[in-house]
Design a protein around this ligand. Structure first.
Ligand SMILES: [Zn+2]
Length: 377
């Protein structure tokens, strides 16, 4: 199987699947989705390419097991981040145990594992049903996973009992990950000549109060009891803008910040933090007005260490439990009632120029998944 896994990964890397929202080099996922679907078709496993819009596509395939209603959901995202400053991003290069190329680690290796499992179980009695899923756009707004949750998962003969998302976890069992929320404030003032500030309302000075309050909240978060795998919740200002010229009293300013959310933190808590920032701005000197809102959010994810998870841990050679700081599509499956975890190979350089996945680890992941599935017999 090792050679086959390399072969699948070579082809997956070779097809440009850079997310077009992230880079002008990007290509939509249809070509890679069709390649994956062809693989299942050639194995005689029913498969479908789902068009989300334009050429943004998901692929699914369903292998019916001895117990057709006991379904394991497996998932990988087909898109990758950009290839800026990479010399040969689409040609897989093997250097000892390292397989280099864009997406090898995050997470085309996980997609190759699914393809390998399909090749193995098409001639073997499979004790449970396997829902193979490959989605678009995880690196941006997860339109692929949203489409899958809305259109494909409800069409299955039963709700999957577990979701395994093969993001890179260094072979640990990722039972938790952080969520995030985005906030935006706009401060409105009145423009005036820089020499006559008394005729205007400065919209930039009040940002100082906002930033100070955010820093205080961040320090408070750092004092809270840390999550065993994820540490502390955090926030950071990510974007700041305002004003029209150096000699003009700024009539407008804008600040966007991101809050990373731990499992168990409530929306109320986030709302209270937002109110504190608004008050700080309102209490700052001047007659400015403020508008603020939460613009986007993704939930955190955490699943209990129940028998199933213990079973996977055992199949994976008694590896560690872990939490991933990054958000992943698994949170949307959990939200849809399918407890979902992250489990994938070791490597290096997700979103970096020197991305590689360990071949030995890729094979281990495949073997672990195979053992886990066969153990339902
Ligand atoms: Zn990923």
């Amino acid at each position: 199987m090792q050679d086959q896994l390399i072969q699948y990964l070579t082809k997956l890397v070779h097809i440009n699947s850079v997310n077009p929202d992230l880079s002008t080099e990007g290509q939509q996922e249809r070509e890679i989705a069709e390649y994956v679907s062809r693989h299942f078709h050639q194995l005689g496993i029913p498969t479908q390419v789902h068009t989300i819009n334009g050429d943004r596509c998901n692929t699914t395939a369903f292998l019916k097991g001895a117990n057709p209603e006991k379904i394991l959901l497996m998932n990988g995202h087909l898109d990758t981040v950009g290839i800026e400053d990479m010399t040969d991003p689409f040609n897989l290069r093997k250097d000892g145990d390292k397989l280099y190329g864009r997406g090898t680690y995050d997470m085309l290796a996980g997609c190759a594992v699914q393809m390998g499992l399909a090749a193995y179980f098409k001639d073997q009695p499979c004790p449970i049903s396997l829902a193979f899923t490959f989605v678009a756009d995880e690196e941006s707004l997860s339109m692929g996973m949203e489409h899958l949750v809305e259109h494909y998962l409800p069409s299955l003969p039963a709700k999957p009992f577990l979701g395994i998302f093969m993001e890179p976890t260094e072979e640990s069992i990722g039972i938790s990950n952080k969520g995030y929320a985005w906030f935006e404030i706009e401060i409105e003032g009145l423009a005036a000549h820089g020499s006559r500030p008394e005729e205007g309302i400065n919209a930039i000075f009040p940002l100082a109060a906002a930033l100070q309050e955010l820093e205080i909240i961040n320090q408070e978060l750092a004092q809270e009891k840390p999550h065993p795998y994820l540490g502390h919740a955090t926030l950071h200002p990510g974007l700041i803008s305002g004003g029209t010229g150096q000699s003009v009293i700024a009539a407008m300013s804008k600040l966007n910040w991101e809050r990373r959310i731990l499992p168990g933190e409530s929306q109320d808590k986030l709302d209270t933090e937002l109110k504190r920032v608004i008050s700080a701005i309102e209490n700052a000197n001047g007659d400015h007005t403020v508008k603020a809102r939460q613009t986007f959010n993704r939930p955190p994810n955490e699943i209990p260490k129940d028998d199933l998870v213990v079973k996977l841990k055992k199949a994976a050679g008694n590896t560690n439990y872990n939490g991933m700081s990054y958000w992943a599509d698994s949170a949307l499956a959990s939200q849809a009632g399918i407890p979902s975890i992250l489990f994938g190979p070791a490597g290096h350089g997700a979103h970096a120029v020197d991305e590689w996945v360990s071949l030995a680890s890729l094979v281990n992941c495949y073997e672990s998944m195979k053992r886990f599935i066969l153990d339902f017999d």
